[in-house]
Design a protein around this ligand. Structure first.
Ligand code: GBE
Length: 487
């Protein structure tokens, strides 16, 4: 199918908000400046450097701590309405605890927020984008349910310090990566390998932490500040590898173990039933005294349910799913709990990240699944983007955005999914976790070999700027309102 045939000629609603997204550890640098405390990515990259490609670290990254005014100039040039960034917990609370508040850290984010507002750009702040203060990891990290209270106290400090200007808050970015990769498969800091055990304990704490923060905002700040709080959930879209009943069920089970594990308690109440059933069943057969899945009390279920003002949704790619024979019970693994294999069709277009294939129809299906599963919530796409090796003539990125934005337009207009915003990942090439600086997601190229960290617009900047200005992917868009054609 030629590109043009696939591109939607519908337009994004007038009130639709375009933006870009970044995260503190990936762009800020200044890892130990002005009183900032050590976080788990500082610890990992300084003590286990070879875990990261080329032993790259975020000590300087894009140096946005010093160059944030330049970053805001780039946002202004793009014409975006919103900028999604994350707050570094250890810059605000160096030990993670509220007994030490770091004023220069508070001031940095106040300066960034003021620069955004002075340029007519709305700040959208994520409280936690994976950079846990090391002292909290030293007491067990997210599997320690006491962290729910420490996170809630940190959230209160942020609501108080920034809530007069920040009206859209996200508690956690992709808690799945924090839990399944950080404490399960050891493919994210703090690189703990405890699949099927610590990952569920992490999720249990994170859901309670999110709910406490939401209730603090609802009880103590919403009346005065009139903002909104939610969380960001991510996953691949899981498509059955065949239309056999077993593959269809396996795909739905996998959606519940990945996306549902983080969304169900907040949008419907409690863990997904299939998760409870399968983890209890396997735990018993593996000989555990009690299930590996911690259980919410009735009060906790009621406390967590409804703690959302919209849904933050990160979508990148799709995987096929097929049912597997029930694995033997002599090994515990989150993958075995799911009871399926996920893989990608080798004919799908590849990118510079092995896990990321270009599958726009998956994004449309995912949006429809969210609509049908969680009672049609307002969805803000808080991340979507693609990696390459960093060339300036990034036609593949233009292709990716065209295809995904086209799929989103169909979801909005044809499928009536309520999508209200879209943040392109990312404004800048930045630190891509264990891939270091080898996988580039930016609309702007960053020269990491220069102390200036020079930003250079890629070809996709003009492409995205035009879409932000016209709300349209083609030259002439059909608007569904009173005028048939927008001239
Ligand atoms: O193949 S491996 O298993 O060996 C390594 C997997 C690495 N994961 C893949 C999934 N990705 C989810 C999206 O992660 C999001 O998207 C961006 C791009 O990744 C990140 O930079 C953002 O911080 C994150 O919010 C996070 C990184």
């Amino acid at each position: 199918v030629s590109l043009t045939a696939a591109v939607s000629n519908k337009s994004f609603p007038a009130k639709f908000k375009f933006g870009t997204a970044t995260a503190s550890y990936q762009i800020e640098g200044a890892w130990n400046e002005d009183g900032k405390g050590e976080n788990i990515w500082d610890r990992l990259t300084h003590t286990n450097a070879t875990a990261v490609k080329n032993s790259d670290n975020g000590d300087v990254a894009c140096d946005s701590y010093h160059k944030y005014k330049e970053d805001v100039r780039l946002l202004k040039h793009l014409g975006v309405k919103v900028y999604r960034f994350s707050i570094s917990w250890s810059r605000i609370l160096p030990t993670g605890f509220t007994n030490k508040v770091n004023q220069p850290g508070i001031q940095y984010y106040k300066n960034l927020i003021k620069e955004l507002l002075d340029n007519g750009i709305e700040p959208m702040a994520t409280l936690y984008h994976w950079d846990l203060p090391q002292p909290l990891q030293d007491i067990g990290g997210w599997p320690n349910e006491l962290l729910a209270d420490h996170f809630a106290n940190y959230a209160r400090v942020c609501f108080k310090a920034f809530g007069d200007s920040v009206k859209t808050w996200l508690t956690f970015n992709e808690a799945k990566q924090t839990c399944q990769q950080g404490y399960g498969s050891a493919t994210m800091a703090p690189l703990i390998k405890s699949p099927g055990v610590a990952d569920y304990l992490c999720t249990y704490t994170v859901l309670k932490a999110h709910a406490k923060a939401w209730h603090i905002y609802d009880d103590e700040f919403r009346g005065k500040q009139r903002g909104r709080v939610s969380t960001v959930v991510d996953s691949d879209w899981y498509e059955p590898a065949s239309n056999s009943t077993s593959d269809m069920e396996a795909a739905e089970t996998r959606r519940q173990f990945t996306f549902g594990l983080y969304a169900n308690a907040i949008f419907l109440g409690n863990w997904p039933q299939v998760v409870i059933d399968r983890v209890d069943y396997r735990s018993e057969n593996e000989g555990y005294a009690k299930s590996r899945l911690p259980k919410f009390t009735k009060q906790e279920i009621d406390y967590i349910r409804g703690t959302h003002d919209f849904m933050g949704f990160n979508t990148y790619t799709t995987s096929l799913v097929c049912k597997i024979e029930e694995p033997t019970f002599n090994e515990t693994d989150y993958e075995f709990d799911m009871g399926s294999n996920a893989f990608q069709d080798p004919t799908w277009e590849a990118t510079n990240s092995t896990w990321l294939k270009i599958v726009p129809w998956g994004a449309r299906k995912f949006l429809n699944w969210i609509k049908n599963t969680y009672n049609n919530p307002e969805i803000i796409i808080t991340e979507n983007g693609v990696s390459d090796a960093g060339l300036l003539k990034d036609d593949a990125r233009i292709h990716y955005y065209t295809e995904y934005l086209s799929a989103i337009l169909e979801a909005i207009h044809t499928d009536k999914v309520h999508v209200s915003g879209y943040m392109a990942w990312s404004l800048l090439d930045n630190y891509e976790w264990l891939a270091g600086y080898t996988e580039k997601f930016g609309l702007y190229h960053v020269d990491f070999s220069s102390p200036n960290r020079t930003r250079t617009a890629k070809k996709s900047v003009d492409f995205y700027k035009k879409i932000v200005a016209t709300h349209c992917l083609v030259d002439k868009c059909v608007t569904s309102g009173w005028s048939l054609f927008r001239v």
